[in-house]
Design a protein around this ligand. Sequence first.
Ligand code: IPM
Ligand code: MN
Length: 364
Amino acid sequence: MKAKITLLPGDGIGPEVIAAAQKILEKIGEQFGHEFKMDSQHIGGIAIDETGGALPNPTLESCKKADAVLLGAVGGPKWDDPNASVRPEQGLLGLRKELGLFANLRPVQPHPELMGASPLKESYLEGVDMLILRELTGGIYFGQPSEKRINENGEEEAFDTMIYSESEVRRIAKLAFEIAGERSKKVTSVDKANVLESSRLWRKTVAKLSEEYPEIELENLLVDAATMHLLSRPRDFDVMVTMNLFGDIITDESSMLTGSMGNMPSAALGEDLNSFGKPRGMYEPIHGSAPDIAGQGIANPIGMILSTGMMLRHSLGLSEEAEAIEKAVDATLNAGHRTGDIAREGEVALGTDEMCEKILMNLV
Ligand code: IPM
Ligand code: MN
């Protein structure tokens, strides 16, 4: 097959992990006889430096023409001035919105060999296999108005709006029920219905929809309790569905079940189809730009590489190739290779390129 992929390295460790994804794609292309035409574009802080905007037009155009998008990370201290008129994160949020990527799939699957790298006891982690489904184009991330102003006391104040419509809740919840039907038939919906009106609408809408899925068990959890249950009984969860802000927080928390944020991939999907009739998704590791280690060549490329696997599966329909990537990562971890974030005391920590080389070698 011939597929068009837009690469968005972005900031910090983004370019380092995108380089790993690119090598993996090249090797998959050779092995399976595919041609991946890659177009690299700026987003985030680097785009601000180059063009003044976080999501330049050529970037957006390239993504719209692509069959799928791979993104590294955006942001960093250089662009963190609270008074700045443009922020790197606007590039990423803008792209999610423009491409209509309302569903963010974040699988949490602790690798058996990495259980020692998690702060949680192994007995809690065995058998954990969940999918967190985060609503990605609504809620407080996009609600208007969102402003700062001077109040009547002459003091600065700021506010954001958390808003969900019934249809927005329904489409993400529908996906949750559909996916759960192919897994262990349980959906946990996370909200803050004891306090927030938007959460009460969320809960009511999910409950109504669940009547159409009698075979799927529905559990409702308040977000504060959910963060605790994620640590005390992670094995009980299968598909967890929640709104944009809570999903952002909960997925960072749950990444520690896998030992490190660096391990976790994600897929952002919408209704738009690409030239293969599959969703044109954007795929990115859940970690950020990690300015503390950027430029040192020590970032863990696994989250990015597994995101590339998700891209092959969901946007290009190449499940055999996706499995090959997952197996290569498995084999590399089974052989004891580690980057610094997942190495335990006494274990050698490989750099990004070395880790990628090991994975490439296991890609058969
Ligand atoms: C993520 C990130 C982004 C988010 C930031 C970089 C805007 O934390 O993808 O989880 O909050 O969605
Ligand atoms: Mn996040």
